[in-house]
Write a protein that binds this ligand. Sequence first.
Ligand code: FPP
Length: 257
Amino acid sequence: MWKKFLYKNEKNEGKAALDNLDKALLPVHVAVIMDGNGRWAKKRGLPRTAGHKKGVDALREIVKAASAIDIKYLTVYAFSTENWKRPITEVDFLMKLFSYYLDSEIEEMNKNNVRLKVVGYVEKLSENLQKQVHNAEDRTVENTGLTLNVAVNYGGRDEIVMAVRKIAQMAAVGKVDASAVDEQMVDNNLYTAYQPPVDLLIRTGGDMRISNFLLWQCAYAELWFTEKNWPDFQPDDFAAAVQSYQTRDRRFGGLSK
Ligand code: FPP
């Protein structure tokens, strides 16, 4: 089990930092832009794909850490609507890696009560991959612990357009009145429908931008950036981000308490 793994880890990496967090002030929804895989590989004279592969290992550890401290939602950016512009060999590799991930991690997710959801325009993926996605989601649907959203072929603007389109279609057949369209209705038609907004957005790799990730859901997210490349990101870095979040004064446009 992951919780035991964390506590049994010989070096106890991340354990103290995770233990020291204020359990009453945890973010409910954490999002992560896992950037810097290519640079991690380049520094080591390796192909970019080696960085992505190592990125899967880092992701596994962060899912364990988030699950161990009872974070409810974790959304990670695996492939954006813009990533199709990369060389075909890299796109193919990322798709294969995603397919491998869907096969290899589900058992461990089930053991640890993690529910997997893929967010994004899944219909553009190959038919096989779409089947795998639905199969993986179905196999974890009963789990009630951490919900892990993996964003694939995801774009924040695209997601909002899709939601508007769905609402417009309902309006066209008289199921919805234009005056009834409100924030809740838009929210309920996003890929992350019925999930809470993002509390904390982490970005690795040194850039300080949102890159079309969860634009709607991040309206009041606290942002945390690190120079570390994603493959080097570890549970104690995750704890440092949450720790920083716990010091923030969240006013949501109001005044301090
Ligand atoms: C950004 O680094 C990373 C990606 C576009 C892919 C993220 C994918 C993983 C972390 C693999 C694990 C995920 C799954 C679910 C299979 P970059 O390539 O843009 O790095 P760079 O900015 O250094 O070039």
